[in-house]
Design a protein around this ligand. Structure first.
Ligand SMILES: [Zn+2]
Length: 272
């Protein structure tokens, strides 16, 4: 763990921790508050906090650190923590999202400067981080969520099309997408990430429709022009969990619906 809470409720990062100054430290999950110990930096490791596994220094069974979280759990359970981190001005980790490369219509100009390589499984928080890492595939977004600890993820701010959005506000469910869109709270100038279980895949002559197991009407559409880039079979999609990416638009044909147009297989990434 990279963060802990002291007796006064203040969030403390491992790299700034001093016993005399901050006192005893506890798990940041409010359901847990297990006592933690500080482990100083070693040659190849940054300082961190951990439970000892002895006495009451063990995570509560519902604590976000008790076991690895699934993609969905990470997003839903971290919303409150991320809000608190933002309020308390905890140093964020900025990650730039640039998925231009997955768009079959995008022509690379090559003059775009190479981003430094980024390993999404190793999110590193620096004390004064001005550097921005970059993600260029949907699979890397999934890895980022599945392979990092909750307290690191709660600091992540995604930068997309020039806007900065907290991770847990950009990755949403189909029902949340519908609500945001139809209450006019969605920024329609940026693409969103939506995760859920696919219910139906209907192939028509000029358009494919993919719906999710949702209450509200939300669907993915693939237009004829992109059929060669979209080769999933029905059995590869139905009843499986996916993360999808794209702009979300209102559709009022036969009542209110939310619609995301996608262009290729790369606009979907399967979730465990
Ligand atoms: Zn805990």
């Amino acid at each position: 763990m990279n963060s802990a809470r002291n007796q006064q409720g203040r969030i403390i990062k491992a790299h700034e921790y001093q016993l005399e100054k901050h006192g005893n430290i506890f798990c940041i999950d409010k359901k847990c508050k297990s006592p933690l110990i500080y482990v100083a930096a070693a040659e190849n490791t940054s300082p961190y906090f951990k439970t000892t596994g002895k006495g009451n220094s063990i995570h509560h069974k519902d604590c976000v650190f008790a076991r690895p979280l699934t993609f969905e759990e990470s997003i839903t359970k971290l919303q409150d923590l991320q809000k608190e981190f933002l309020q308390k001005n905890i140093t964020p980790v900025n990650i730039r999202i640039n998925l231009n490369g997955i768009d079959p219509d995008f022509v690379s100009r090559n003059i775009e400067r190479e981003q430094k390589p980024f390993d999404p499984s190793k999110l590193i928080v620096k004390s004064s981080s001005n550097s921005t890492s970059s993600i260029s595939s949907l699979k890397s977004v999934v890895k980022l969520i599945e392979l990092n600890q909750p307290d690191l993820l709660a600091t992540v701010i995604l930068s997309i099309k020039g806007k900065k959005i907290p991770l847990t506000e950009l990755i949403i469910t189909p029902d949340q997408a519908y609500e945001l869109l139809w209450s006019n709270k969605m920024d329609e100038s940026i693409p969103y990430f939506v995760y859920g279980t696919i219910k139906q895949y209907i192939k028509r002559e000029k358009v494919y429709f993919i719906t999710f197991q949702t209450e509200k009407r939300f669907s993915l559409v693939v237009f004829e022009k992109y059929f060669p880039h979209f080769t999933y079979s029905v059995s590869q999609l139905i009843e499986k969990k996916f993360l999808v990416y794209g702009f979300i638009k209102k559709n009022e044909y036969k009542g209110k619906a939310a619609e995301m147009a996608i262009k290729s297989n790369d606009y979907l990434a399967i979730l465990k």
